[in-house]
Design a protein around this ligand. Structure first.
Ligand code: SF4
Length: 197
């Protein structure tokens, strides 16, 4: 299996789509390579493009506060985006950009192999769940795809824009906390069972 460092070498100074011409930095992803939870966002914004790190602007600060509701710290998770380079003016990713860039995301998911994927917003959710359905109808439930439990959640930037979404965000991060607690409980039970048998 390919390691994150090898994917970073492979992506290099990527020019596989036109976003290479307008980006300041390529934003690969950051966090714990053995994370239990991997978050997938949409694309770098202005701050992320300048700082070469995902979720360091206002949406990142909000995300950090939501993580606490799930009992998680930022250093425990891994975060990457569907697109590694900023679309000008934060416009939506285009299909050809998603097609060029997502092989890297797929490799990141394989390298980290987290049991839980949290998809933030429409683009990450539709890519991971291979669906055209909107995020509103998909959030609030755990979807199983292959070996992954996928929890779609609104993108934090959407909740900053529309404060009515805040209680929904909080509800979904509490659901993530319960999902994690259940997984950990099952793991402990399996270990005890193994030790006793
Ligand atoms: S968005 Fe992805 S495919 Fe396009 S240049 Fe950046 S890294 Fe390469």
């Amino acid at each position: 299996m390919i390691a994150l460092d090898d994917i970073m070498v492979e992506i290099g100074d990527c020019h596989r789509c036109s976003l290479a011409q307008t980006r300041t930095n390529l934003v690969f992803g950051v966090g714990n390579p053995n994370a239990e939870v991997m978050f997938i966002g949409e694309a770098p914004g202005e701050k992320e493009d300048l700082g070469a790190e995902p979720f360091i602007g206002a949406a990142g600060k909000y995300l950090n506060s939501l993580l606490a509701l799930a009992g998680l710290k930022r250093e425990e998770i891994y975060i990457a985006n569907v697109l590694k380079c900023r679309p000008p003016g934060n416009r939506d990713p285009r299909p050809e950009e998603i097609e060029s860039c997502t092989p890297f995301l797929r490799e990141q998911v394989r390298a980290i192999a987290p049991p839980i994927l949290v998809t933030l917003g429409r683009f990450a959710t539709q890519f991971i769940l291979k669906t055209d359905r909107g995020i509103t109808g998909l959030r609030g439930q755990v979807h199983i795809t292959g070996a992954f439990s996928v929890l779609p959640i609104f993108h934090p930037a959407a909740a900053i824009y529309d404060r009515n979404k805040e209680p929904i965000m909080e509800e979904d991060f509490r659901l993530l906390g319960r999902l994690l607690a259940k997984r950990r409980e099952e793991r402990t039970e399996r270990t005890v069972h193994k030790e006793l048998s």
